[in-house]
Design a binder for this molecule. Structure first.
Ligand code: S3P
Length: 190
């Protein structure tokens, strides 16, 4: 953990197929926070899929949309933020998110990532002649960035519920006075 700082949100970073969205959705309902998936938000605003943005405008344009969204996050409160796998690979994005959120990286082995993503066709970076090799290479090159998270959690052989439990624990340690942990008003007058 780095020095004390305001923790208004919980941000999940990590490679494609590590379960950021499923775990994030569950955590949001447990914490009674809003859930935001950066890919979904970018798609909704652009009126196009991520794959279309990559093909029509190029990856650089997509990365700019991610950076713009990261700037907006400074105003966000009580949100679980699931980020696209490449977003935190930009150190400026990660530094900025750390100013308001606990950053948790979900980790998985390349083999398990492949198992999870092999039947999904929507990820432009995996439209490759050898997607397994691409996963291994990308994961290796991104390791130093993912390691900058406040907390690293392995998702190998763990269910969504188990991973969420671990993240929740870390969040409660980092933000012990979270409003949801305080007694509701109706019980304080006893
Ligand atoms: C990307 C991951 C994707 C999406 C885009 C690029 C990446 O998000 O943002 O395809 O660079 O790893 P998920 O991690 O949600 O699949």
């Amino acid at each position: 953990m780095s020095e004390p700082r305001p923790i208004h949100n919980l941000a999940l970073i990590g490679f494609m197929g590590t379960g950021k969205s499923s775990v994030g959705r569950l955590l949001a309902s447990q914490l009674r926070f809003d859930f935001v998936d950066t890919d979904d938000l970018i798609e909704r605003r652009a009126g196009r899929s991520i794959a279309e943005i990559f093909t029509q405008d190029g990856e650089e344009r997509f990365r700019k949309l991610e950076r713009d969204l990261v700037e907006e996050m400074a105003e966000w409160r009580r949100r679980v933020i699931s980020t696209g796998g490449g977003l935190a690979v930009n150190p400026e994005n990660l530094d900025s998110i750390k100013r308001h959120s606990l950053v948790v990286c979900l980790w998985a082995s390349p083999e398990l990532i492949w198992e999870r993503v092999r039947r999904q066709a929507h990820r432009p970076l995996l439209r490759d002649a050898d997607p397994q090799a691409k996963i291994r290479a990308l994961l290796e090159s991104r390791k130093p960035f993912y390691r900058q998270a406040d907390v690293l959690i392995s998702t190998d052989n763990r269910s969504v519920r188990e991973v969420a439990q671990q993240v929740l624990h870390q969040f409660q340690v980092a933000r012990p006075r979270a409003p949801h942990l305080e007694k509701p008003d109706s019980t304080t007058g006893h």
